[in-house]
Design a protein around this ligand. Structure first.
Ligand code: BES
Ligand code: ZN
Length: 463
């Protein structure tokens, strides 16, 4: 079994407390990408990262985009013949609301019971920061990295990475690399390190329904004028059939089934529906018939309402026939579904089922392609060795229901294979109140990163 070199291990132990302090300072910056009032905080979080990278010896630039800036750090002293590793992460975070449900404030990082609580602790500042510390471990102990390294951090992952693809296209020469590593996902269970073999893609739509030219008295007009809230409810109800399958014509046409051996691998993982029900506090699970829960989460596409708005929602009763209604609806996609084509199918379906008397608009807000890994080559072998060295056991191969839109772009535009090696845990409350990262996973993640660079450099060396 591979183990952690003594010099790196000693540095990690000696610097653990300082690393956590620095992470907490970064977490105090509320870099919420979805909210324009936080644009300056996003810029501050980018600057914080750039300063750290510069301090440990990287050449750093902050690249403006039409949205939030992209941070690029480069260390190329290993020379043109050495392999290059690109580390990708995001410094933006989801909105922290509802604030009242946090045990301690979202942007005041707090450690309780071995967990560091804060918005962005696990998604993704903590998981990006552990790489910065792993790089620092090499620089501080050996004065160099074993391979060339590019750190690429964006501030718009949580809003669909809308400006990153163009940046990759434009900077493809500068960003050329032999592999990409991303730590922005979860481990299967505590103590079980994991490598991801797939991510779902995404088509995110907004449906707006408009009826009368203003709100109406529901007694004077109700029964004769079509109600946009009811119309929207009807439209949404047509998205699934009664069994739980998606009923939009053509929706499954491009789904390529997962290979039998991948499904077999998933069935071997120790997973319990009861434990999931207990974790999220429900008494039954639901979904597409004919698939296990893990298959539903990792290998099948979905349609979910993310938000609904219409009419009077304040205290007490108000008799009103609302003029408008709105829903945010996202579709998780699997290979080979395509976000634009799915958006077109949904639009056509909604237009077909919308009742007369209202106008319906479907807007595609953002999309991302699904991804499935080859799981071969130096970066995957290096990842396995690094996780084994840090956690003392071989990683399992898992799938994932979430999306990281840019993963497919790295492969397509940079031609580089991607290793997804995450350190979050089930129940981590990503995107929810009381988000946390396990302090132990954070520190083991630093060690895994440090070993990864060594292992990758050795395995990818050009002969
Ligand atoms: N880190 C997540 C993606 C993720 C979640 C990977 C869980 C593995 C396990 C990422 O920050 C995220 O939330 N992505 C968004 C992307 C969307 C806005 C296109 C998602 O999945 O909702
Ligand atoms: Zn996220």
């Amino acid at each position: 079994m591979s183990s952690i070199p003594a010099d790196l291990a000693a540095w990690c132990t000696a610097n653990e407390a300082r690393a956590l302090d620095e992470l907490c300072a970064w977490l105090r910056i509320p870099s919420v990408s979805a909210r324009s009032e936080h644009a300056a905080d996003c810029a501050d979080a980018a600057q914080f990262l750039a300063t750290e990278l510069t301090r440990i010896g990287f050449t750093t630039s902050i690249e403006p985009t039409p949205g939030h800036p992209i941070v690029v750090g480069e260390w190329r002293a290993a020379g043109p013949n050495a392999p290059t590793l690109l580390i990708y992460g995001h410094y933006d975070v989801q909105p922290a609301e509802p604030l009242e449900l946090w045990t301690t404030p979202a942007f005041e990082p707090t450690i309780r019971d071995g967990r560091l609580y804060a918005r962005g602790s696990v998604d993704d500042k903590g998981q990006l920061h552990l790489h910065i510390k792993a790089l620092e471990a090499h620089m501080a102990t050996r004065g160099a990295l074993p391979c060339n390294v590019i750190v690429l951090a964006e501030g718009e992952e949580e809003v669909g990475s809308v400006n990153l693809e163009a940046f990759l296209e434009r900077e493809r020469d500068r960003l050329a690399c032999d592999a990409v590593v991303i730590s922005d996902s979860t481990m299967f269970a505590p103590g079980i390190p994991s490598i991801l073999s797939s991510l779902r893609g995404m088509a995110y739509l907004q449906i707006d329904v408009r009826g009368a030219n203003g709100d109406l008295h529901s007694g004077m007009y109700g029964g004769a004028v079509v109600n946009p809230a009811m119309a929207l409810a009807r439209i949404l109800a047509t998205m699934h059939d009664e069994t739980g399958r998606i009923a939009i014509p053509g929706f499954y046409d491009e789904v390529r089934p997962f290979p039998d051996h991948v499904r077999a691998q998933m069935r071997e993982l120790p997973f319990s529906d009861d434990a999931l029900m207990h974790e999220v506090g429900v008494s039954a699970l639901g979904g597409e018939p004919g698939y296990t829960t893990l298959e539903r989460l990792w290998t099948r596409p979905t349609c979910e309402v993310n938000g609904l708005l219409s009419g009077y929602t304040g205290e007490g009763a108000k008799t009103v026939l609302p003029a408008v209604s709105m829903a945010k609806v996202s579709f998780r996609l699997v290979p080979d579904q395509h976000p634009e084509r799915i958006a077109d199918l949904v639009r056509a379906h909604v237009e077909r089922v919308a009742p007369a008397g209202v106008t319906v608009t479907v807007t595609h807000l953002h999309g991302g392609r699904p991804w499935r890994a080859e799981l071969k080559g130096p970066i995957i072998d290096a990842g396995k060795a690094a996780l084994e060295a840090a956690f003392g056991r071989e990683p399992v191969i898992t799938g994932e229901g979430g999306s990281i839109p840019v993963v497919g772009d790295f492969e397509r535009i940079l031609g580089a294979p991607v290793l997804l090696m995450g350190f979050g845990l089930p129940g981590e409350n990503a995107h929810a109140p009381d988000e946390w990262i396990s302090v132990e996973n954070y520190t083991l993640g630093i060690r895994a990163g440090a070993v990864l660079y060594d292992e990758f450099a050795r395995r990818a060396a050009r002969s």
